[in-house]
Design a binder for this molecule. Structure first.
Ligand code: HOZ
Length: 429
C-alpha cells in the first residue's frame, strides 16, 4: 500500500494546523504512523487520497451507524439545503427532532439541541449546578466527556492516547470542583459523597465507558450510582454521546434499565453532521433560559441541515425492526472470531464488548474493569496491530483506548474476511 499523497498532505497541514489535525487522536501519534487523509466514504468503506480503500470500523467515531453517506440521509440533507442552510431562528425541524428523541429515550421529557457532545456535557453540568445550587461534580477516571475544562481531569480518549489526562490551561479552581472516582467502584463514589455530599451537584458517567477502550459497567454499578444520587439529592447524568441509539433505541438507559436525571447526546443524532443535545425531566430542563435562569445559547443550535440529517437517522433506527439485533449478531460474530484467533495465534488479549461497540485489549490482565487496568494494556502492540490491519485494508481506531464500531452496513462476508485478516495480523505481531 502506498501512502505518498497522505504523507505530503500531512506535511502541508502541519505547517498551518497545530499538529496537522483538528482533533489530536487523528494524528496517529500513538500508533506511530503518518495519518491517512480521507477523500471519500460510502457504506462500510472509506477511501484515502492515495486511493487505498478500507473497511471502516471507526464510523466517524460512532455516528455512522448505517454506514457512510446513506442515501436516505443524503436525500434529507439535500432537500433541507435547498431551503436554506441556517436560520438562527425557530424551525419545525427542531420540534420534529425533539419529538423523536423524547419518544425514543425513556428519561427525556424535554431536550435542548447544541452543536457537539462537548457543548452538551458542558451545558448539562451547568444546568445540574443551577438546579441543585451546588458546585462540585463527580466524574470517573478514564471517562471522556469532551474537552470542557471541568472534564479534562483524568480524561480518557485522545487525552489518554497522548498521555495528557490533565490539561494545562484548566484553572486550579475549576479542577478542584471536579472530584474523580474509579469506574465500577461504588465505594470510591460513596467515599466522596460521605465527605462532600452536600457540595456535589451531579455524577456524570459514560454508562458504557468507550474512551479508555470499552469498559463494561458491572451489574450493580449504574443502579448504585442512581441510588447514591437519589440519596444525596444530586443529579445523575448519563453521557450517551456514544451509547445513545447504538445500544438500544433508548440508549444505555433502556439497555440497563437505569434512568438518569439528565442525558447528553451527540454524533448519531446528527447523522454525521455536527450536533449534540441534552435532555431530562420537564422540571429540570425548564431551569434553562428563556424560562429559567440557567443560560445557554447557540446560533447554529438546531441547524436545519443537522436536524434534517438527524431526523432521517433516528427514523431509520426506529423503523428498522431488526436493527439492534443485527448489530448484536454481527458484533458477537466478530468478537468470537477474534477471540478464537487470539488463542490460535498465542497472543494475550481480551475483548470488552457491549452490543456493537468493542475493544480488543492487548493485555495479560484477566479482565479490564477500570482505568488502572486499561492502562496496563500494551499500546505498542496495538500500534503494530493497527498498522498491519491498515495495510490489510481495515481501518481501526488509531489508539488502544477507543472503540471498534460495527455498523448496519457491515455484511457477514466482510466480517468473515476481517476475522481471517485479523488472524494474519495477530500471527505477525
Ligand atoms: N474518543 C473521541 C470520541 N469519543 C475521539 C474523537 C476525537 O477526539 O476526535
Amino acid at each position: 500500500m502506498q501512502f505518498t499523497k497522505s504523507i505530503e498532505a500531512f506535511k502541508k497541514a502541519q505547517e498551518i494546523i497545530p499538529g496537522g489535525v483538528n482533533s489530536p487522536v487523528r494524528a496517529f501519534k500513538s500508533v506511530k504512523m503518518n495519518p491517512v487523509f480521507i477523500s471519500k466514504a460510502k457504506g462500510a468503506y472509506i477511501t484515502d487520497i492515495d486511493g487505498n480503500v478500507y473497511l471502516d470500523f471507526v464510523a466517524s467515531w460512532g455516528p455512522l451507524i448505517f454506514g457512510h453517506a446513506h442515501d436516505t440521509i443524503l436525500a434529507a440533507i439535500n432537500e433541507a439545503a435547498q431551503k436554506g442552510t441556517s436560520f438562527g431562528a425557530p424551525n419545525e425541524y427542531e420540534t420534529e427532532m425533539a419529538e423523536l428523541i423524547v419518544d425514543m429515550v425513556p428519561s427525556i421529557q424535554k431536550v435542548r439541541m447544541v452543536n457537539s457532545g462537548t457543548e452538551a456535557t458542558m451545558s448539562a453540568i451547568r444546568l445540574a449546578r443551577g438546579y441543585t445550587k451546588r458546585e462540585c461534580i463527580v466524574k470517573f477516571a478514564g471517562n471522556y466527556h469532551g474537552h470542557g475544562d471541568s472534564f479534562l481531569i483524568k480524561a480518557g480518549s485522545g487525552a489518554i492516547t497522548l498521555g495528557l489526562p490533565d490539561s494545562p490551561g484548566v484553572t486550579s479552581s475549576t479542577a478542584m470542583d471536579t472530584l474523580t472516582a474509579e469506574y465500577n467502584n461504588l465505594n470510591s463514589v460513596k467515599a466522596l459523597f460521605q465527605e462532600r455530599g452536600k457540595e456535589i451537584a451531579a455524577i456524570i458517567v459514560e454508562p458504557v465507558a468507550g474512551n479508555m477502550g470499552v469498559v463494561v459497567p458491572s451489574k450493580d454499578f449504574l443502579q448504585g450510582l442512581r441510588d447514591i444520587c437519589t440519596q444525596y439529592g444530586a443529579l445523575l447524568i448519563f453521557d450517551e454521546v456514544i451509547t445513545g441509539f447504538r445500544l438500544a433505541k433508548g440508549g444505555a438507559q433502556e439497555y440497563f434499565n437505569v434512568m438518569p436525571d439528565l442525558t447528553t447526546l451527540g454524533k448519531i443524532i446528527g447523522g454525521g453532521l455536527p450536533v449534540g443535545a441534552y435532555g431530562g425531566s420537564k422540571e429540570i430542563m425548564d431551569m434553562l433560559a428563556p424560562i429559567g435562569p440557567v443560560y445557554q445559547a447557540g446560533t447554529l443550535s438546531g441547524n436545519p441541515l443537522a436536524m434534517a440529517a438527524g431526523i432521517a437517522m433516528l427514523k431509520l433506527i426506529r423503523n428498522t425492526t431488526d436493527f439492534h439485533s443485527e448489530l448484536e449478531r454481527k458484533a458477537a460474530k466478530l468478537e468470537k472470531g477474534i477471540l478464537n484467533n487470539l488463542k490460535e495465534a498465542g497472543v494475550n488479549g481480551l475483548i470488552n464488548r457491549v452490543g456493537s461497540m468493542m475493544t480488543l485489549f492487548f493485555t495479560n490482565e484477566k479482565q479490564i474493569t477500570s482505568y488502572d487496568e486499561a492502562m496496563k494494556s500494551d499500546a505498542d502492540r496495538y500500534a503494530k496491530y493497527f498498522k498491519l490491519s491498515l495495510e490489510n485494508g481495515i481501518y481501526l481506531a488509531p489508539s488502544q483506548y477507543e472503540c471498534l464500531f460495527i455498523s448496519y452496513a457491515h455484511t457477514d462476508k466482510e466480517i468473515e474476511d476481517v476475522i481471517a485478516k485479523n488472524l494474519e495480523a495477530l500471527k505477525n505481531l
